[in-house]
Design a protein around this ligand. Structure first.
Ligand SMILES: [Zn+2]
Length: 247
């Protein structure tokens, strides 16, 4: 009876997943999911990632034996974009967010794990522009990091969007003055985004002349590390109650 007060609480990653999906639900997004064991079509081909892309290398991705099966542990939640579009191409427009676990075959350190969580977003409709993308991300990041949060978009390359952007927020710790968290720049990179590439829509049989959209993805672990001031990603998966009980 002595421990009756110890009811437990949600893991910090679950807290951030719950909080982020709630923000997007308020904007009309629905939560979708898909398999963690994927095939190369849904993880790579349909996302405009060609055969010679380094992400396809054994060094970067956990391929499952027999290799001829072309099965792998998904490297991003973007594979669910493809599955959801295949199933709903006659039910457009769609707005989804996809929280889930992803896998990378790489050495672990304080900022890298072989498994971590992402949240992905996808909006397909007629006449979707970068302004819609920016407005949506601004709403999301202001709700997560405070109403005085500024965002900026920088051009970047991701195979499945065109144009593509890295999205930064103004540093919530130093308010832009420069500190260790933002590496003295006043800005912190939080996610990747862009307008859905026409080849992605074509791969699932959607006419890119009629439909457009935006997509974005970010690492839940990274959001949680910044939110709670955690300096080592491996703590999330350690099972150490001395760590978990702090949040
Ligand atoms: Zn700072």
């Amino acid at each position: 009876m002595e421990n009756i007060g110890n009811l437990g609480h949600m893991h910090p990653l679950s807290q951030v997943i719950t909080q982020t999906t709630k923000i997007f639900k308020d904007l009309g997004f629905v939560v979708a999911d898909g398999p963690e064991l994927e095939d190369s079509f849904h993880n790579f081909d349909a996302l405009n990632i060609p055969d010679d892309h380094p992400a396809r290398d054994m060094q970067d991705t956990f391929w499952v034996k027999p290799l001829s099966s072309k099965k792998l542990m998904r490297t991003h939640t973007s594979s669910v974009q493809v599955r959801y579009l295949e199933a709903n191409k006659d039910n457009l427009p769609i707005k989804i967010v996809v929280p889930g676990k992803v896998f990378r075959n790489e050495a672990t350190d304080s900022t890298h794990e072989a498994q971590f969580f992402q949240i992905e977003g996808l909006y397909i409709d007629k006449e979707v522009s970068v302004a819609h993308l920016k407005g949506t991300l601004e709403y999301f990041l202001k709700n997560l990091y405070g109403s005085d949060t500024q965002i900026r978009l920088r051009p970047s390359f991701f195979a499945f969007v065109e144009p593509g952007f890295e999205v930064d927020i103004s540093c919530f710790k130093c308010k832009g003055a420069g500190c260790g968290l933002c590496k003295q720049t006043g800005w912190i990179e939080v996610l990747g985004a862009g307008l859905v590439h026409a080849n992605v829509l074509k791969a699932v049989g959607i006419d890119p002349q009629k439909w457009q959209g935006f997509a974005f993805g970010c690492g839940i672990d990274r959001l949680a590390m910044m939110k709670f001031g955690i300096d080592d990603i491996r703590n999330f998966y350690s099972g150490d109650l001395r760590f978990i009980n702090q949040f």
